[in-house]
Design a protein around this ligand. Sequence first.
Ligand code: C2O
Ligand code: CU
Ligand code: CU
Length: 564
Amino acid sequence: MKRIALLFLLPLAVAQAQNPLNIPTTVSGANINLTLQQGTTTFFPPTVTNTMGANGSLLGPTMILEKDSFVSIVVDNQLADTTTIHWHGMHVAAVDDGGPHSTIAPGSTWNPQFTVMDKAGTYWYHPHLHMHTDEHVSKGIAGMIIVRDDEEANLNLPMDYGVDEFPIVLQTKGFDGSGQILVHTNLDTTVMVNGTLDPTLDLPAQVVRLRVLNGSSQRLYELGFSDNRQFSLIGTDGGLLTAPVNLTRYRMAPGQRADILVDLSSSLGQNFQLMSYASSLPNGVYGAAQPGMGPGATGSLVGYTSNPLNGSDYQLLDITVVAQTSNPVLSIPASLASYTPLQEGTENITRNLTFTSAGTMGDLNGPFLINGSSFNMSVINYTIPLNNIEIWSLTNQTPISHPFHIHDVQFFILDINGTPPPPEMQGFNDVVLVPSGMGNVRFIAQFNDFADDSIPYMYHCHMLTHEDDGMMGQFIVSSTTSVETVSNSNDIQLFPNPANGIIQLTGLEINTIIRVYATSGALAKQVLATGSSFSLDLSGLNGLYILETETPSGNKNRYKVITQ
Ligand code: C2O
Ligand code: CU
Ligand code: CU
């Protein structure tokens, strides 16, 4: 007990000194190099903490990209660990997406190349190695991506990085007794912005832009200013809203971004703080006084109640307003981007995803399941026909809220617990918080432009502990299949996979049809399994195939199999 108490005192005791906010350098242009490296950071002098970063020892540079321009990124992995780098929120081909299948071994490079198709907005990059995302992110690898486009350029918004536009990467971390970063922890007692503890920032007396990223592993923030001044939300995950939304508080779940304007033109000389008013977070989210809520909420998160951030109000950034710059932006545009949200009724299919606890119902610690399954690298949970418009209906039967994220697309929220979203949630999003205790969210998205029959995209909870524990699934966008609904049965087992000539299937329903497709979509083999187990002869086939099972009642499951 005594050791635990000391561990909290360490960060809090040092919390007096103020440090100028670190502003990450920028990288841009057609050729970008990111070197992933190990290093050290002195958060609590003289203690030296081992950290990881891109092009430095903590975090990574801000990538500034132009819509419709081509970019080639060389990711050079100088870590001792295998990892991946994912472009969160960006619409890129699966092969360039950097999910858990696109591993980069130590000492090797990965070179995604793509044309930027995203609207002007705030995106980010982070590692995505299965079961190690939290480790690599918490130890320090993450960076912001700013996409600019012509529509934004015509709006007279603050766009001078580090002058009137600032990256604000919010993270909390936990440290052990020797000052090393904890992974999969609820003891994230240290708040940092852009890797800076107790940061201060001078902002000019004009309209300034804060691009806020919740890059925390688990924690939600209830943003607001200490003097309750109003701010204008102009953009969410995937770009600008149609018009600014004036707010005094804004809730951010892990993975989400908020593009915020603050008019400081009559605030010269003032000092105020960007805060998280976590005492106003509803119970049932990580960061509130109680992380669990709803029918059957029992148990507790290890270490949670002793973490002083939970359910209390705390400072994120100390702001002082200084002299105007030359050519200041002095007004906030009345209208922003123009777009037409996808409408309910245009969808080809609705998919239902239900979140449950793997163990005792009501257990807050997880692991958590999606439709009864934990993530399996070799199981494709859905095959989505290219250009499909889909409604995903997410139901949370667990007592903790989950920030659900999907790759490839930006979506529009249709409703939360049956109620249409408020204006600040009506834009482009790639993360949505699904409320605890039977909460439901429905969103609509279109899966266009990129099809790949072998490399999947991910969907998962963006609480990295939950993701690493298997609260994730994967889908293929296919131009060669017309299979609309694909689910995976937990009952069917395939082994060995990769296979050498023969693959065994067990747990089959009597008279299941087994089909094997090449990644081109061509049928390579079809057999009928009359018993509950079957030895499937794959000799003559080589490489990656999609194995499909179809029960007599038409239920299909698909699996990625590799044979050599
Ligand atoms: Cu930000 Cu799949 O992740
Ligand atoms: Cu993502
Ligand atoms: Cu979760």
